[in-house]
Design a protein around this ligand. Structure first.
Ligand SMILES: [Zn+2]
Ligand SMILES: [Zn+2]
Length: 262
């Protein structure tokens, strides 16, 4: 698997950090993990093969995670690069994503789901916080989800490719030991770390929470992301190292990482 960080930031406008979006490539396809308003142009800036994107994952309805979905569909509908495309684009998202997309669609007759190629939209309901059933994002990429303590619909996702390489993306979450269980032993854990300390809400993590999850989950590699501007000028990696000795990387836009089985 290959990961490219498109957006390591939050909803707050920032000169260096776009809102949440990650590009993941496996041997059999590509998937966008969250689709902020910045995602479409960030894919192009990174020279990624966006016209052939196979799947999109939407973790929850906060707009720094899904606000670019309608405009991406508007973009690919009219882009010359997708005119000959026939492969479906699969969208897997939290409860309510279809409602949101249809509300935008019908507000101006955009016909966002009427593309040169099929759009397959699947909602994954939030249940209790036990992991949901396994499903396939595209052939060769299996997924399971976990209800996170952030919003009613918010989900973390665990992806496993054909070579058994695994990635967990928490998206936004409060602290949960069950989330650490869900992430246990992943080859890469992409974990939010919104705040350094004295977090203003239980619905996000601060550094001590994130590193407690890392200690419990013991991923081979950890990326900390969803960094509010209060992180500007602070050395996240050395602060994290004091709390967990494993391999930790502070996300930045444009970060590229090969993920291998350990
Ligand atoms: Zn967010
Ligand atoms: Zn959120």
């Amino acid at each position: 698997m290959k990961l490219i960080v498109l957006g390591s930031g939050t909803s707050v406008p920032h000169s260096q950090r776009a809102s949440a979006a990650f590009w993941l490539e496996t041997e059999t396809g590509s998937i966008l993990l969250d689709c902020s308003a910045d995602a479409a142009h960030r894919m192009a800036q990174e020279n990624l093969d966006w016209p052939n994107l196979d799947a999109i994952w939407i973790s929850h309805l906060h707009l720094d995670h899904c606000g670019g979905l309608a405009s991406l569909l508007f973009g690919v509908k009219w882009a010359p690069q997708t005119r000959t495309r026939r492969n479906p684009l699969k969208i897997f998202g939290c409860a309510g994503i279809e409602n949101l997309l249809r509300a935008i669609d019908e507000s101006n007759d955009y016909e966002l789901l009427d593309q040169p190629f099929p759009i397959e939209l699947h909602e994954i309901p939030a249940g209790d916080s036990r992991p949901g059933a396994e499903f396939e994002m595209f052939p060769g990429l299996r997924a399971r989800t976990f209800s996170t303590p952030h919003t009613m619909e918010s989900l973390a996702v665990r992806l496993t490719d054909e070579r058994a390489v695994s990635l967990v993306y928490s998206s936004d979450t409060g602290f949960s030991e069950k989330l650490a269980d869900f992430a246990r032993g992943a080859d890469l854990l992409i974990l939010e770390c919104s705040f350094w300390r004295d977090k203003p809400t239980d619905k996000h993590l601060e550094l001590a929470d994130a590193m407690r999850i890392a200690r419990l989950a013991e991923p081979s590699k950890l990326i900390l992301t969803h960094l509010y501007p209060e992180w500007d000028g602070l050395d996240l990696e050395s602060k994290a190292k004091e709390l967990w000795p494993g391999t930790m990387i502070a996300a930045h836009d444009g970060l590229r990482l090969e993920i291998e089985q350990q």
